[in-house]
Design a protein. Structure first.
Length: 126
């Protein structure tokens, strides 16, 4: 099996700056053990795995080299960057994570790498 891995320097204006994250888009989920092995091999703080539902809808999971995590902001930004580059006609990207819920990301018109995130409101823990 071959997968395409994009490495993105989030929050950076130059290569090798900011926070690096790997982004992998698949048509079906890889096994948890395979995703963990890939994340460990990448050895970046996070690897985002996206399951494509359509050009504008994806499920997302984040894995560090050691474990799956609940949320990662810079890997989510990196994922949006990759999807918008692959589908330049898109204006809105919908991501869903079991741990976070629905996230809507809008590609700002006239600003090539500027995105507006709409994230779920946090709920109080009692």
């Amino acid at each position: 099996m071959q997968v395409e891995i994009d490495i993105v320097d989030a929050f950076a204006s130059a290569q090798f700056g900011g926070n690096s994250a790997a982004v992998i888009i698949t048509e079906e989920w890889l096994s948890k053990s395979l995703m963990q092995s890939i994340a460990a091999q990448n050895n970046l703080s996070e690897t985002a795995f996206l399951l494509k539902r359509s050009d504008s809808e994806y499920h997302i999971r984040w894995l560090s080299p050691l474990t799956e995590i609940d949320f990662c902001g810079h890997a989510t930004l990196a994922s949006a960057f990759v999807v918008f580059r692959k589908h330049p006609h898109l204006k809105v990207l919908d991501l869903f994570a079991e741990t976070v819920g629905e996230m809507h990301i809008t590609h700002r018109v006239g600003r090539p790498d500027c995105y507006e995130f709409s994230l779920p409101h946090p709920t109080a823990i009692s």
